[in-house]
Design a protein around this ligand. Sequence first.
Ligand SMILES: Nc1ncnc2c1ncn2[C@@H]1O[C@H](COP(=O)(O)OP(=O)(O)O)[C@@H](O)[C@H]1O
Ligand SMILES: CC(C)(COP(=O)(O)O)[C@@H](O)C(=O)NCCC(=O)O
Length: 316
Amino acid sequence: MDMRSPGAKSPYRIFSRGEWAKLRADTPMTLSEAEVEQLRSVDDPVDLREVEQIYLPISRLLALYVEATQGLYNATRAFLNTNGAKVPYIIGIGGSVAVGKSTTARLLQALLARWPNTPKVDLVTTDGFLLPNAVLEEEGLMQRKGFPESYDLPALLGFMSDIKAGKRRVSAPVYSHLTYDVVPGGEVVVDRPDILILEGLNVLQAGTARSGKAMPFVSDFFDFSVYIDAEEALIHDWYVHRFLHLRETAFRDPQSYFQRYAALPASDALQLAEGLWDRINLPNLRDNILPTRGRASLVLRKAADHRVEEVALRKL
Ligand SMILES: Nc1ncnc2c1ncn2[C@@H]1O[C@H](COP(=O)(O)OP(=O)(O)O)[C@@H](O)[C@H]1O
Ligand SMILES: CC(C)(COP(=O)(O)O)[C@@H](O)C(=O)NCCC(=O)O
């Protein structure tokens, strides 16, 4: 589906940047320039203007949706005459490697937590559910990191199911981009938030376990989902640029998996980044990530300067 030429039958309503910005209405700005700077990832130029024009309208829309969903839960509780556990509202954020999912997730977390009915907003990334490198190596999957088969899908589904059941203190494993591996014994504990944001490449994918067995979709647990979109060539440039930037910063850390490459001449580092993109991230984008775009509730389409130029909102 081409988002830019949606037919009359498209399930999406398309907004230009200007049209979307107007939907902020009177939503107050609750982040400072310094906070936005702190929340953005390496190489992401997002600023207060982008927050005002793109993220405040999303935050306003979500505040309305969350309130309506909370009303539905209350209606069910009244109907059943029970005092069931509070159920978190779940938002999925998907898109390619290097498209800017982390920045969007952190900005939405900060904005949503400032609404009075959703003070507790937790954020979990799916990379914690990747199989450890030792297992990926044993199974010949190191060149498939981020592909559906590189995740422990049953564990991710179990986590989502516990959250939706309103369980207390549900834990998720943690991934380190520095060591390029799952952190042994690492965990993040989610304790009945008002909202949970789940961010990762694979959040909108159809559920197939490594055994080939059909499983529920992770997105079956979502109340709302966002897909971050951009032209393939742009994401490629962002990935390579970020890699060269990290070579001068994070890769110099003695703990970094990529430390051995920090001393490489720029031309060799460039070749390495191009190889990772061509062998892993581009095929994953084409085969597994982009095909899920049409399942998102909201699609944010970014331009070369990383700014969102178009927004597509699913007609319910
Ligand atoms: N090799 C790396 N070393 C350190 N940080 C990294 C590395 N690769 C990615 N990151 C950081 O990890 C986060 C997630 O990156 P990624 O999965 O590409 O998603 P996105 O760019 O869509 O947020 C980003 O904040 C990025 O800057
Ligand atoms: C860790 C990732 C798979 C992202 O995982 P996610 O949080 O989206 O589940 C990705 O950042 C990655 O490392 N891809 C492997 C190829 C590469 O090194 O770029």
